[in-house]
Write a new protein. Structure first.
Length: 128
């Protein structure tokens, strides 16, 4: 039996990572993978993340460039490499799924139903 995977990252850094994810990719699932999940990390290892849309994993995430910039501008003492699930080859996706940790759950939002057309306003009064 293998031990469950965990993320080798101090909690104070994980909290900052999650805050940036909530700000830039709310509703998206974010997975950590690579050396910090496999137990092969050293102090200066980067953090590998992949972002995917829970409703349509094939849909690219337009917020990735802003998220990458936010990580560069952050106070984190490590680099964070962010990938877009929709743009990865299938073989790499399978490799990630073999050893990953979910650090942000995707929120499956129901499709907003089209609003019913508003009834025309009725004006009461006299028209002279």
């Amino acid at each position: 039996m293998t031990a469950p995977l965990s993320l080798d990252l101090p909690i104070r850094y994980l909290d900052e990572v999650r805050a940036l994810l909530r700000r830039h990719v709310p509703g998206h699932e974010v997975l950590a993978y690579g050396s910090r999940v496999k137990g092969e990390a050293h102090e200066a290892s980067d953090l590998d993340l992949v972002v995917r849309d829970p409703l349509d994993p094939q849909r690219p995430c337009p917020a990735i460039p802003a998220l990458r910039r936010a990580f560069i501008d952050s106070n984190l003492p490590i680099s964070v490499d962010v990938q877009d699930w929709a743009r990865l080859p299938e073989a790499f996706r399978q490799e990630i799924e073999r050893a990953c940790v979910v650090i942000q759950n995707g929120e499956v939002r129901p499709d907003p139903s089209p609003a019913a057309p508003a009834a025309p306003a009725r004006v009461r009064g006299s028209y002279r």
